[in-house]
Design a protein around this ligand. Structure first.
Ligand SMILES: [Zn+2]
Length: 374
C-alpha cells in the first residue's frame, strides 16, 4: 500500500488533529472574548456590548461590517486591556493554549510593542511579559508547540528603527523577527528603509505586510527595496498574473520573481474576505497561486475579529477547492520551511512532527475507507 496521502477530503476533526504551522497571527487580534471582558471590567474600560457573552459575536460583526472605522475600533478594545505586564502575560499564555488545542505545532505571533506603553511599561518590559506568557504556555503544552514573537512597527509611525533594534536585542530570547503593519496606502514600506537596512546588516529576519489592500508597487517595494524574507498577504500578486481564455497562464516579472525565488506568501483567507481583498473563499487568489505552486502558506491573521482558527481556515479551503491531506501537508511544510527558526529546528519539526502526523491521518483515512468498503 502507498504511504502517500490519499485524496479523501479530510473532515474538520482530522484537520484539527493535523499538525499545522502559523506564520501570520496578531496577538491583539486573537484575545479570547472572555479575557477581554474580564480585563476590561478590572480596569474600568467600557465595552461596546453590555452582555459579555455577546462580545465575541460583536468583534466578528464589527470587523465584518465593511467599515474601516468599525474594523479599527475592534482593536481599540483589545489593545486597551493589554497595557500591563500581567495582562500581556496572560493573553500570551492563552494564545499558546488556544493554538496548541487547535493542533498548531509552530507559531510566530506578532504585535506592536509601541502600542502597549500606555500603562507605563517600557518596550523591553512589554517583550519580556509576552516572552513569559509564551514560555508558560509552551511548558503547559508539554513540548507540543513552539511559539516565537515577531515584533511589529506601525507603518504610519516613526519608531521602526527602534523596534528593529529591540527585535535584534531579543533574538536569542524568543523573538524570531520583525514586521511592519498598518494602513498600506500612503505609507509605503520604503518609509522604513533605515530599519530594514539595519536588520539586513544584522543578519536578521523580517516580513512585511504588503499587497493586501494596496497593489503591486507595495509588494515590489517590500521585496526589491526593503529585502523582505516573506510577504504578509501578497494577495494582490494576482494583478500580475493573466489567465488566458485557453487556460494558459502568463506571469508578469514581479510574480515570476516571487515564484522563482520561493518567497513565502502569508495568506489569510477569511481576513481578506472581511476587508474586501477577496470576495469569497472560492474566489480567493489562494486557489490559483496554489495551482501555480507559489510558496503559499495558510494563516489566521486575527482569530478574534474573523472568528477563525487554523482548522477553520484549512477546512474552508478543503471545502472550496477539494484539497486533501497531501495538499494540507504541502501548505504546512511550506510554512515550516519559511519559518524564522534556525534550519535544523525547522527540519526537525518537519521530519519528527509534521510528516509522521500526516502519515498517521492518512493511515487512519485508508483504514476507514477499507472498513466502509468491507
Ligand atoms: Zn496581518
Amino acid at each position: 500500500m502507498s504511504t502517500e496521502p490519499t485524496p479523501t477530503p479530510p473532515t474538520a476533526d482530522q484537520v484539527r488533529r493535523a499538525p499545522k504551522v502559523l506564520l501570520h497571527d496578531h496577538l491583539d487580534g486573537g484575545v479570547r472574548p472572555q479575557t477581554v471582558a474580564e480585563l476590561a471590567h478590572e480596569i474600568g474600560h467600557e465595552l461596546p456590548v453590555d452582555d459579555d457573552s455577546h462580545l465575541g459575536q460583536w468583534f466578528v460583526e464589527a470587523a465584518d461590517s465593511g467599515s474601516l472605522v468599525r474594523y479599527l475600533e475592534t482593536f481599540d478594545h483589545t489593545v486597551a486591556v493589554m497595557q500591563t505586564g500581567a495582562s500581556l502575560e496572560r493573553i500570551a499564555r492563552e494564545c499558546v493554549e488556544d493554538l496548541a488545542a487547535d493542533g498548531v505545532v509552530h507559531a510566530e505571533i506578532r504585535y506592536a510593542p509601541e502600542q502597549h506603553l500606555e500603562g507605563g511599561l517600557t518596550l523591553d518590559e512589554v517583550v519580556a511579559a509576552v516572552h513569559d506568557g509564551f514560555a508558560a504556555g509552551m511548558e503547559q503544552a508539554g513540548g507540543r508547540i513552539v511559539v516565537r514573537q515577531l515584533l511589529t512597527a506601525m507603518r504610519h509611525q516613526a519608531r521602526s528603527r527602534e523596534i528593529a533594534e529591540l527585535a535584534v536585542d531579543w533574538r536569542d530570547r524568543g523573538v524570531a523577527g520583525f514586521d511592519i503593519a498598518g494602513a498600506e496606502d500612503g505609507f509605503p514600506p520604503t518609509r522604513h528603509l533605515d530599519a530594514f537596512e539595519y536588520l539586513q546588516r544584522e543578519n536578521a529576519h523580517f516580513t512585511i505586510h504588503a499587497g493586501e489592500a494596496f497593489g503591486l508597487p507595495s509588494i515590489w517595494q517590500a521585496i526589491q527595496w526593503c529585502g523582505a524574507d516573506r510577504l504578509g498577504h501578497g494577495v494582490r500578486l494576482i494583478d500580475d498574473i493573466t489567465v488566458h481564455d485557453d487556460g494558459t497562464v502568463e506571469l508578469g516579472r514581479l510574480a515570476a520573481y516571487v515564484r522563482d525565488m520561493r518567497i513565502p506568501l502569508e495568506m489569510c483567507p477569511w481576513s481578506n474576505i472581511q476587508t474586501g481583498a477577496a470576495a469569497s473563499i472560492e474566489e480567493h487568489p489562494i486557489g490559483l497561486l496554489t495551482k501555480l505552486r507559489f510558496r503559499v502558506t495558510v494563516n489566521t491573521d486575527n482569530r478574534l475579529m474573523s472568528g477563525t482558527s487554523m482548522t477553520r481556515e484549512m477546512h474552508s479551503l478543503v471545502e472550496a477547492f477539494g484539497y486533501d491531506l497531501r495538499d494540507l501537508q504541502w501548505f504546512t511544510i511550506n510554512a515550516m520551511k519559511s519559518a524564522f527558526l534556525p534550519f535544523d529546528e525547522r527540519l526537525a519539526i518537519i521530519d519528527d512532527v509534521i510528516k509522521p502526523g500526516y502519515a498517521a491521518l492518512v493511515a487512519e483515512s485508508e483504514s476507514g475507507s477499507t472498513t466502509n468498503q468491507g
